[in-house]
Ligand binder design. Structure first.
Ligand SMILES: *[C@@H]1O[C@H](CO)[C@@H](O)[C@H](O)[C@H]1NC(C)=O
Ligand SMILES: *[C@@H]1O[C@H](CO)[C@@H](O)[C@H](O)[C@H]1NC(C)=O
Ligand SMILES: *[C@@H]1O[C@H](CO)[C@@H](O)[C@H](O)[C@H]1NC(C)=O
Ligand SMILES: [Ca+2]
Ligand SMILES: [Ca+2]
Ligand SMILES: [Ca+2]
Length: 692
């Protein structure tokens, strides 16, 4: 039984405490059963705490209260676990003081008993109550800067005379700061000057004068604004103008006097924290005319150079190297302009200097010359680009790295602004040459072995040679009747019967233009022709060809490379070859290694059926070998020789199959157009067409 006096004793602060109810174990006070259990939970409102006081405890005792126990939790965390018997004094001193919730928090209690009791136990009984939380005394986080007042369910802060509570309801601040707009002179000081300044001050004095004037500050007397030992401002003076905040200033050294603000609107801001004993500052303000400052815009210099400029003064602004004047959003090419100091202390006009922009580099849109990495490159001053050719069948001629120069041009490290060129890699084949064979009774070429050889089927069968990605060269007599029309050429093949088989990889090229050498005599019938001088023609293709292992250009020889007697070369073509029954056109591309004959051998020309000797000129040479020769229908095909005497290096086009005695005569001597005599004509003709 609990006596009333005891209850009163427990409720030690009746005014702050409200008894809410009792909590006890099932069956109390007669005793609890095995397997008994109960749960209980209550919460306090904000500003209050909830507490439980156990007044009687009689549970089976066990190690760590494993068997029967009452457990108390605060916001879900175990704060006490009880069993056995405790007397009232012990409960009051050791147990109850800790059974308190957080302000606004919850307490929960759970009781359980195990399967047996050796003797009867009565259980527990307690009561719970709520009480005001004394924030001022018990909550270290409450910071009233001056006075704290506890109230039932809350608290409040208050301030000494001369201070008022700030907007955070905790900090006491002083009233300070004045609107001094319109005054051309006056004094400003920290609050309570010349006494120690108040804590938690937040003062802002506002100055504003006519627009052509600027405010000038003179610091007078001591300057003492609290500073930490490491130089940080604890309390701070700041000078605010529309173009920025100057400061914070603190310590014992005032800002330089006179302090020119260059502004007709200035706020003097002063803040202090809650501690320290410092005197503060005092200043006198007055006005003077505005001047302009030396910096007109960034990335530029001003001439003449002065610390400041009077209204009316005109200067020249010159942009830094690599920067140009931006006039109203337009990048100009000029790097300087004149500007005048206005009475408002500003420069007019005031244009920014911005980096020059070289733009996208200027090179042909044919896709062969490419930017290596356009994502990481920018086109402004000092930006870099790298160029490359689209495939290994081209080589870059010129520099590959360019930088955006101060003049707005892309320049290489050696100062060139000409973009590089991609020129076809010529005269190399990826597949090895086989052993020498015959074209008349000759050896079959493998695909890719003679990748510059082209086939013409109409109107007469013959050959041509690819010399770059847009041009081929052939014999004039083969195409003289086609100048006004167009013809098809086939490349990338060895089997001449499969030109219409798309899957075989054959490349079909159409002529756009056929240019016969002007020295070639046109219009003579093949039967009557005795002179094949200048038997050479250029063919421009309708589009650029895509090089591949089976289609590559031949090199041109040097001018007067000096083709000489006994020089060995390779002639190729789809012309006549020995079949089972005499001569037939060859289905497969054939080639043979033959040698150049002596001049006297060549001058001994064959005769026409009418007995007239054919004409030999210095624009021809003749070549062959015992049992090997070019033949009819090989016309226009190449005779190539390795550039280096060791038989290596890229091949160049030494001759074009032109004419010869009938193959049936077995003379084994063919006449060729001497290409080295036409290098200038070829280059000039191509240049003229490409650049027109
Ligand atoms: C009390 O809570 C515990 C755990 O949440 C539960 O196992 C037990 O059955 C509850 N007892 C009562 C009487 O609700
Ligand atoms: C300060 O107190 C007022 C009135 O008591 C209240 O309206 C305001 O929200 C409080 N401010 C803060 C920051 O707690
Ligand atoms: C000065 O302070 C006022 C507010 O007190 C503000 O509106 C004004 O923009 C400030 N002026 C400057 C120059 O910082
Ligand atoms: Ca038990
Ligand atoms: Ca309170
Ligand atoms: Ca201070």
């Amino acid at each position: 039984m609990l006596r009333l006096s005891l209850l009163l004793l427990l409720l030690s602060h009746p005014a702050r405490c409200m008894l809410l109810g009792w909590v006890e174990s099932p069956g109390y006070p007669s005793g609890y059963q095995p397997h008994a259990s109960m749960n209980w939970s209550r919460c306090a409102s904000d500003g209050y705490t909830l507490s439980i006081r156990i007044v009687h405890l009689d549970l089976e005792d066990s190690q760590d209260c494993e068997n029967d126990a009452v457990k108390i939790f605060s916001n879900g965390n175990l704060i006490s676990s009880l069993c056995g018997q405790r007397d009232f004094q012990e409960l009051q001193s050791m147990v109850n003081p800790s059974l308190v919730s957080y302000p606004g928090g919850c307490l929960s209690l759970s009781f359980h008993s195990d399967y047996s009791n050796i003797k009867r136990h009565r259980g527990f009984k307690g009561f719970y109550s709520v009480q005001d939380f004394n924030e001022c005394e018990e909550d270290p986080e409450i910071e009233c800067s001056q006075f704290c007042h506890n109230t039932i369910g809350g608290y409040g802060c208050s301030c000494r005379h001369g201070y008022h509570l700030g907007t955070d309801n905790h900090t006491c601040t002083v009233s300070c700061g004045k609107d001094l707009s319109g005054l051309n002179k006056g004094d400003i000081s920290s609050p309570s000057w010349p006494g120690l300044y108040a804590e938690n001050a937040d003062c802002r004095d506002t100055l504003s004068v006519e627009a052509h004037l600027q405010l000038e500050l003179h610091f007078t007397g001591v300057f003492d604004v609290e500073q930490s030992p490491d130089g940080q401002c604890i309390d701070a003076l700041r000078i605010e103008t529309p173009s920025g905040i100057m400061g914070p200033f603190c310590g014992h050294t005032p800002p330089p006097s006179p302090f020119l603000t260059h502004s007709h609107r200035v706020n003097i801001s002063f803040t202090s924290d809650g501690f320290g004993n410092n005197k503060g500052f005092s200043l006198h303000f007055r006005t003077r005319g505005k001047v302009c400052q030396a910096e007109v815009t960034s990335h530029s210099t001003v001439t003449p150079q002065d610390p400041e400029y009077q209204p009316g003064q005109t200067v020249t602004v010159a942009c830094e190297l690599g920067y140009v004047v931006n006039t109203r959003g337009l990048l100009t090419l000029s790097t300087q302009y004149e500007t005048t100091c206005q009475s408002t202390g500003t420069w007019l006009p005031s244009y920014p200097c911005e980096p020059v922009n070289c733009g996208h580099p200027d090179f042909p849109e044919n896709g062969i010359l490419q930017l290596t990495d356009s994502e990481n490159s920018h086109t402004r001053y000092k930006g870099q680009i790298q160029l490359r050719c689209s495939s290994k069948y081209y080589k870059l001629e010129g520099q590959d790295k360019y930088t955006c120069s101060a003049g707005g041009k892309w320049e290489s490290s050696s100062g060139e602004s000409q973009m590089p060129k991609c020129t076809p890699v010529c005269g190399l084949h990826e597949r090895a040459h086989g052993s020498a064979g015959r074209i008349l009774g000759g050896q079959n070429a493998n695909l890719g072995q003679i990748p510059w050889q082209l086939l013409i089927k109409k109107t007469s069968r013959g050959g041509a040679t690819l010399i770059n990605d847009r041009w081929a060269v052939t014999a004039a007599h083969l195409v003289e009747t086609l100048v006004e029309t167009s013809l098809s050429l086939y490349g990338g093949l060895v089997d001449g019967s499969r030109t219409s088989d798309a899957s075989s990889g054959v490349v079909v090229m159409d002529s756009e233009r056929i240019i016969i050498h002007p020295g070639y005599t046109m219009g003579v019938s093949p039967q009557g022709r005795i002179n094949y001088d200048n038997d050479i023609a250029l063919i421009r293709l309708t589009s650029r060809v895509n090089f591949g292992p089976n289609l590559l250009p031949i090199c041109l020889p040097e001018v007067n490379s000096g083709l000489g007697e006994n020089q060995l070369g390779t002639v190729s073509g789809w012309g006549m070859t020995e079949g089972k029954v005499g001569l037939v056109t060859s289905r497969k591309l054939k080639y043979a290694e033959i040698g150049v004959y002596s001049l006297s051998e060549c001058q001994n020309t064959p005769r026409t059926p009418n007995g007239i000797p054919m004409t030999f000129t210095e624009n021809m040479f003749c070549a062959g070998a015992e049992g090997k020769d070019s033949c009819q229908k090989d016309s226009g095909s190449p005779f190539v020789i390795p550039t280096l005497s060791a038989g290596t290096g890229p091949y160049h086009l030494a001759g074009i199959v032109s004419w010869g005695p009938p193959c049936e005569d077995r003379a084994y001597k063919g006449y060729y157009t001497k290409v080295e005599n036409y290098i200038d004509w070829i280059k000039e003709t191509i240049d003229k067409v490409e650049n027109s």
